[in-house]
Design a protein around this ligand. Sequence first.
Ligand code: CA
Ligand code: CA
Length: 401
Amino acid sequence: MHKLATPAFTHPGTARNVLLTAVLLLGAPLAASGQQLLLWSDEFNSGTAPDGSVWSYDLGGGGWGNSELQGYTSDAANVRVEGGNLVITAREQVLKGNRRSFTSARLKTENKLTFKYGTIEARIRVPNLANGLWPAFWTLGNNFGLVGWPASGELDVMEMGSAGAIAAGVVNRRVGSTAHWEHNNAHASYGLTYDSPSDLSGSFHVFRMEWTPTLITTYVDGNWIWAIDITSTSCTDCTEFHEPHFLLLNLAVGGTYTGITQASNITAPFPAEYAIDYVRIYDNGYTVLGGSAIGGGGGGQSMHVGSIVPGSAGGGPNKQATAAITVLDENGAAVEGAAVTATFSGSHNETVSASTNSSGVAALATTARNRSVSFTVCVDAVAKATKTYDSVANVETCDSL
Ligand SMILES: [Ca+2]
Ligand SMILES: [Ca+2]
């Protein structure tokens, strides 16, 4: 749970449990998914610095809303690619009067690589966390810059180094996964932890998040950590988890998650290296990629309809029929700027068109209005100068409400 750039912010502690009754807790691990198509990866196998077309940095100090002690830099001393890994190094400097300061790095794919749904996987080696190190592999909604936190939504696939883990003597064994979102204008969250039987520090382990339109589940080395039902009936006000997110990787020093906010209480050995062998995104049948790194909204040659979500807008006798139609290329990437034409029939009878946005979604609405809303909508055409419309590849062509 770290995200915002507003140093004065503190999490409303009372919000944490409010939503538990509304969230279906899944008691049993789900079966791991079968073979999935790799859509994107960064293997960190070349170069000496992270690929700037994918990664950018959050820089500076100020606590990051969590009383963290480090300042983030993009210096090679704090972030480099070496030996097939992305390596984030936390360092300390002892100043006059034994005053200690810390530097580290925080990388993100904001606007460059986004994803909605999918299997997100990273192979990670954390350092000895001792007291005070807080590594994380997590996501924020890509609308973070517009709507802020927690309305952007946050998914923590992996966090380690919590105060509870330190107190229990399992700091290098306990992994936490948590969702944060906005509910009734307040912060809501739900998380669980998993205690590995063996020390996870110093060796590589695979952390994975399975994110579908109904369920988010996390694993470490195939062991179930946590799940949250994100259907609207179970997780009300959770539109955050049906929007594109971006990735973050960072190693914090101190902070409220660790329970340590005084530099003198940090006992972790420095320099401390947080290594990531790869980050991969697999298609789980729902995945939509976006962002500048994958060709400004889809680098593929052809496009098809990925999904149709029929709905309505307005009230009383003035209800419009609507459809959110997603267009993807053959790589599963969102296609921006495609003109989608579709015909509504039933309570509303009209052919309308709209262009897809950066998430590949065309929001169609009839000008026709009716008191009842019961219709079928079928896609007639998808057009964009640089791509061919492969209607045979459509996941669906018609849908009804
Ligand atoms: Ca919300
Ligand atoms: Ca690698």
